[in-house]
Design a protein around this ligand. Structure first.
Ligand SMILES: *[C@@H]1O[C@H](CO)[C@@H](O)[C@H](O)[C@H]1NC(C)=O
Ligand SMILES: *[C@@H]1O[C@H](CO)[C@@H](O)[C@H](O)[C@H]1NC(C)=O
Ligand SMILES: *[C@@H]1O[C@H](CO)[C@@H](O)[C@H](O)[C@H]1NC(C)=O
Ligand SMILES: *[C@@H]1O[C@H](CO)[C@@H](O)[C@H](O)[C@H]1NC(C)=O
Ligand SMILES: *[C@@H]1O[C@H](CO)[C@@H](O)[C@H](O)[C@H]1NC(C)=O
Length: 492
């Protein structure tokens, strides 16, 4: 595989050198004050974009992104204007008995970060902590995109086309509707609009991407049965050609996972460093902890047994999120415990992934995973490939596999040295896992920057395939269930 790629690269470098030479002579005939990029307008960008000629100092080369700003407001801004009809949680607001004042409106402030936390106490830093609703990742991402330093209004020049749709908020209006015509209407409308734009034709949409704060499953209904979950967005032919960044991927390769937003959105590099230093100093009284609720309705949930094991151990702290007076949406409740724990248990919830995994990493608490799809096979752009460097893996295939006392025994078996090294790695990861405040610009790479780098590379690879005259659909949206299978023996 490596060899094959190297061979291809070699050919392309030579091709690039030839093109560069040609352009160099063209340039000699130009007044040097004309923008180098203007010269490119007449050239087929698909061909030359890949290799940056030596005389081009443009740091944005290969990273230009075009925002589909003319997207009709019904796909984004109108949804925010109608925020009183958007649900903040996993239930429909139109349900009878739903509390309609608990809607998305108060969460939209501060560019989608939500209201600033007024009483951070000793648990959070004084600044830059917000009550962030994870579904608003699509709004936060859009706001960050607006100040991205390599934007272009010339879509021919762009390496990627960003579609600023709030696809998850839109879906949430009708996800609970049994009438599939109503549930799927907006998805169809969106792809119809996109595929009729001139930008579509260049790569049949394969350079298009959009972002959502919901899991990919919410757009992956496989049947026409109204009692099945989700819209059919990701199975529409146009949608197959696009990439979607979401907080949890599915088993189709054009769904690409990016971190859940946490409540920390630093406005400067020094705030990140201060936070890292602070987390390093915490005294961790609990060996391990679990913050969450059981899933009595889910037969194959390991949470019940996990909670039993936690409660049976004096080394474990359990916070029951469903119990009265305990608000786990308040980051003070969660972070207080994570900051005092060496290990944080991260069993799957309603789906494989949990935002809590990112809270745990942020708090310098080493996550303990029970399924590879909770993190390892998801966040490939953001987490190290070698998961033993920053986490503990206790694979549990069947609930019965979680033997009594097994969690504590495993964690007690890890040396102090190893634990310290893992924690240091966790703390090192923090800058790349937070979404910095969209109103400021940081020097260090955050989760947004890594996501863009990932998607740009992916699209560049597709371009390469097209240049080589091959079929770009090969592998683009294939099914890959291995991501959700439990490896018998986890790789060390
Ligand atoms: C409805 O939600 C609002 C906002 O979250 C809250 O202040 C209020 O207490 C809730 N009312 C009921 C009856 O739960
Ligand atoms: C936060 O602010 C309070 C009051 O201004 C101050 O006493 C405290 O030291 C600050 N804490 C941190 C961690 O900066
Ligand atoms: C694109 O065009 C809009 C409106 O003409 C302008 O406000 C914006 O600054 C332009 N953006 C770039 C990156 O040139
Ligand atoms: C749709 O799914 C439900 C629940 O799984 C099932 O009871 C029902 O028979 C299905 N309807 C059709 C038309 O297949
Ligand atoms: C998707 O891409 C392929 C080329 O890979 C193209 O033939 C097809 O027409 C595209 N589909 C749509 C709906 O544009």
């Amino acid at each position: 595989m490596e060899k094959l790629l190297a061979g291809k690269c070699y050919r392309e470098v030579w091709f690039g050198v030839l093109v560069s030479f040609f352009l160099f002579f063209v340039l000699l005939c130009f007044d040097y004050s004309t923008s180098i990029l203007d010269v490119y307008h007449g050239v087929d960008f698909l061909v030359i974009q890949h290799v940056r000629p030596f005389y081009i100092k443009d740091s944005c080369f290969g990273r230009y992104i075009y925002i589909h700003d003319h997207l009709p407001a019904r796909f984004n801004y109108d949804l925010l204007a109608n925020c009183h009809s958007l649900s903040t949680g996993s239930k429909s607001l139109s349900d009878q008995g739903a509390n309609t004042s608990d809607n998305m409106c108060p969460h939209l402030v501060n560019s989608g970060l939500g209201p600033q936390i007024e009483k951070p106490g000793k648990v959070l830093a004084n600044k830059s902590w917000f009550l962030t609703n994870p579904y608003l990742l699509e709004v936060i991402f859009h706001n960050k995109m607006k100040t991205y330093k390599c934007l272009t209004n010339n879509s021919n020049l762009a390496s990627a086309i960003y579609v600023p749709s709030y696809t998850g908020l839109d879906a949430s209006l009708h996800l609970w509707n049994f009438d599939l015509k109503v549930r799927d209407a907006s998805a169809k409308d969106l792809v119809n609009w996109l595929s009729r734009r001139p930008q579509w034709k260049k790569m049949w949409g394969r350079d298009h991407f959009f972002v959502t704060g919901r899991t990919s499953w919410d757009f992956r209904r496989t049947s026409d049965n109204g009692s099945d979950w989700g819209t059919n967005l990701r199975f529409l032919p146009e949608s197959l050609n696009m990439s979607m960044l979401s907080v949890e991927g599915s088993c189709w390769r054009n769904d690409l996972p990016i971190p859940y937003p946490t409540n920390f959105h630093p406005a400067s590099d020094s705030e990140v460093v201060q936070w890292q230093n602070r987390v390093r100093k915490y005294k961790r009284h609990h060996l391990f902890s679990f913050v969450g609720a059981p899933r009595p309705g889910m037969q194959n949930s390991i949470r019940g047994k996990l909670i039993d094991q936690c409660q049976a151990s004096s080394n474990c702290k359990f916070v029951h999120c469903g119990s009265p007076g305990i608000n786990c949406n308040d980051p003070v409740t969660v972070m207080r415990v994570f900051e005092k724990s060496v290990y944080c248990l991260q069993p799957p919830g309603d789906s494989h992934t949990r935002r809590s995994a990112f809270d745990s990493l942020l708090a310098g608490c080493i996550p303990v995973f029970f399924h590879p799809a909770t993190a390892y096979t998801q966040y490939l752009w953001h987490l190290p490939e070698k998961h033993t460097k920053y986490s503990v893996f206790i694979p549990v295939k069947e609930v019965e596999d979680l033997k009594e006392g097994m969690i504590e025994k495993t964690l007690l078996g890890i040396s102090n040295e190893k634990a310290l090294a893992m924690r240091e790695e966790v703390i090192r990861l923090v800058p790349k896992l937070v979404y910095a405040d969209p109103r400021s610009r940081l020097e260090s790479e955050d989760a947004f920057d890594s996501a863009l780098q990932g998607i740009l590379e992916r699209i560049e690879n597709v371009r390469k395939v097209i240049r080589e005259g091959k079929d770009p659909s090969t592998g683009f949206a294939d099914e890959d269930w291995t991501k959700f299978m439990l490896a018998e023996a986890p790789e060390q």
